[in-house]
Each structure stands twice: as structure tokens, then as C-alpha cells.
Design a protein around this ligand. Structure first.
Ligand SMILES: C[S@@+](CC[C@H](N)C(=O)[O-])C[C@H]1O[C@@H](n2cnc3c(N)ncnc32)[C@H](O)[C@@H]1O
Length: 291
């Protein structure tokens, strides 16, 4: 068989299994995903998208992309399948204390808050695009340690993500033991070791809650007056104009004096009238003016 024949037969096989993923189908799916999640699927991810759709369609015994599109966009029944598809297509890679410099910066920020506040209060932290929870628990471990000798100040962390399966793993608070390699030694008392797993200590887990939130729907989300908003490795999947829209909305959710911590280089050429950029080469953070 010539390579041309082979390519033709591959195409026929794909066609018979899942209809044809032609340019029209591809554009329809790409537009729907971007409109609903903000995720920009570059052309080189076409086969990644197709693979994700194929996996879901196989499970549902649906043969063509058009019928699956109708199924997913059905107003009454599509939501559950849409969630499954989002789980398949989102990159959920994460680690505890993933960007150590950001955590070092927050440690000194919390120390400053302690010095400036002599009254009882709670430090409110939001981990946006928290995946399976490692980032949210890292923030909780940091706050817990920093505030351990300060009775008058408490803290709370909320982790949000679009993926329901990520949120449910986050709530469980169990991780493979090798994940603990990323947790600095000073926080070793923040988790229990169980065979080949670790479990976040109850006293820390009690301070952390999780919810499904799509960052494109921030207008409808009643989370505000945050001291710390932490959003890393999510904006990179969005178009540049949309990143700015999202950070504008996040900025409005900060308390006076609060900080927005992003991933290095994730937003460029952005400023906000109520925020000043923290002077650092190692972190990308913006503080809300005190007055
Ligand atoms: C690569 S992970 C980053 C996790 C963590 N922030 C970190 O830096 O390790 C990106 C996360 O963003 C979530 N995500 C993608 N699109 C989203 C959206 N529109 N709204 C909320 N979360 C989203 C994904 O489900 C995924 O868990």
C-alpha cells in the first residue's frame, strides 16, 4: 500500500468511527470551548482536542462530532457531559509550593499584616484555578505557620476551579506520597503520612473550602474583600485581551491593601488604577493602594 493509500484508509477509518473532524467541526468545537471557558486552543492542539472528543464519544457511543455537539449543548441535559469534557480538555498539572518565590513573598506580606494589625481579624485567601488543591493547601500551610503564634488573626482559603473532578480531588485532600517532595520541610507537620499517600492535617483542611467557579463568570461570584488572590498557570491558556479582563475583575475583589499574585510573565502591559506592582523580578504581584 502506498503512503497515499494508507493516509486515505486512516481517514476513512476515522470518518467511520467519529464522523469527520473537518475544518468546520474543528472551528465549531474550538469556538464553543473558548466561548465557555476562555481556553484558547491553538492549531497545533487540534489532534489533542480531537482525542478528547473521541474519548468522550466512545464512552457515549456517539459516532459523529455534530451529534456530540448537540448533546453537549443541550440546555436540559448537556451540563453533566460538558463538565466531563472540560475535565478531559483542561491541563490540571500542579504541585505544592509550585513557584517558591511567590510563597516567600507572601510569607513576608503576611508578616507585615501581622505587624500592622493589632485587632482581631481573618486573612482571606483565594486560589483561582486551584486544580486538585495543592496550591490552596500550600497557601493554608503558609498562613497557618505564619499565624501560629498570633491568636488574634485567623485565616481562610477558598480554592476555585472550573473542573468538578479537580474540585472533588481537592476536597479529599489525599495525595500520592511523592507529591510531598515539593513541600518544604518546615511544613512537614501539616500532613500525615499514610503508606504511599499523604493526607492534609484536619486542622488545616478545616480552613480550606473549594467551589466550582468559571473565571469567565466572575461577575456572578460572591467572593470579595480578599487579602490575597493567587492565580497562576491558568491565564496562560487565555488570549491576552481576556487575561486583562480577568485580572481587572480579580483586582476588584481585593480588600484595600490586598495583593494579587500572578505567574511570572502571565500578564504583560497591564496596570490598574487601584493597584501598584510590587517591585520584584522574581514575583508578579500587585498591591491594592491603602488609600
Ligand atoms: C495548570 S492548572 C494550574 C493549577 C495551579 N494554579 C498551579 O499553578 O499549579 C490550570 C487549572 O485551571 C483550570 N481552569 C481552566 N479554565 C478555567 C476557567 N475558565 N475557570 C476556572 N478554572 C479554569 C483548570 O481546570 C486547571 O485546574
Amino acid at each position: 500500500m502506498s503512503s497515499q493509500d494508507e493516509a486515505h484508509s486512516d481517514k476513512r477509518l476515522q470518518h467511520s468511527m467519529h464522523g469527520q473532524f473537518d475544518d468546520h467541526s474543528y472551528e465549531q468545537w474550538r469556538a464553543l470551548i473558548e466561548q465557555r471557558t476562555g481556553l484558547q486552543l491553538a492549531d497545533h492542539l487540534r489532534s489533542y482536542l480531537q482525542g478528547g472528543l473521541n474519548r468522550r464519544m466512545k464512552l457515549l457511543n456517539i459516532d459523529d462530532y455534530e451529534s456530540y455537539l448537540e448533546y453537549v449543548t443541550d440546555e436540559r441535559n448537556g451540563f453533566k457531559e460538558w463538565s466531563e469534557l472540560v475535565d478531559t480538555l483542561t491541563v490540571q498539572e500542579t504541585q505544592f509550593f509550585r513557584h517558591p518565590d511567590s510563597f516567600t513573598y507572601l510569607e513576608s506580606y503576611i508578616d507585615e499584616l501581622i505587624c500592622q494589625n493589632d485587632r482581631a481579624r481573618s486573612i482571606e485567601i483565594w486560589s483561582v484555578g486551584c486544580s486538585s488543591g495543592e496550591e490552596s493547601y500550600s497557601l493554608a500551610m503558609l498562613a497557618d505557620k505564619s499565624l501560629s503564634a498570633v491568636d488574634r488573626i485567623g485565616y481562610g482559603v477558598i480554592g476555585t476551579d472550573i473542573s468538578l473532578s479537580a474540585i472533588s480531588s481537592a476536597k479529599a485532600g489525599n495525595y500520592k506520597a511523592r507529591k510531598a517532595e515539593w513541600i518544604p520541610e518546615t511544613y512537614q507537620d501539616s500532613y500525615d503520612k499514610l503508606d504511599n499517600k499523604i493526607k492534609i492535617k484536619q486542622s488545616i483542611a478545616d480552613r480550606v473550602c473549594f467551589a466550582r467557579v468559571n473565571i469567565l463568570d466572575l461577575d456572578r461570584v460572591p467572593i470579595r474583600d480578599m487579602d490575597i488572590i493567587f492565580c497562576q498557570n491558568l491565564l496562560i491558556y487565555l488570549r491576552k485581551w481576556r487575561r486583562k479582563e480577568v485580572v481587572n475583575r480579580l483586582a476588584e475583589r481585593l480588600k484595600i491593601g490586598g495583593v494579587l499574585v500572578l505567574g511570572l510573565g502571565e500578564v504583560t502591559d497591564w496596570s490598574h488604577p487601584k493597584l501598584r506592582q510590587v517591585d520584584s523580578r522574581n514575583v508578579l504581584a500587585f498591591e491594592r493602594f491603602k488609600a
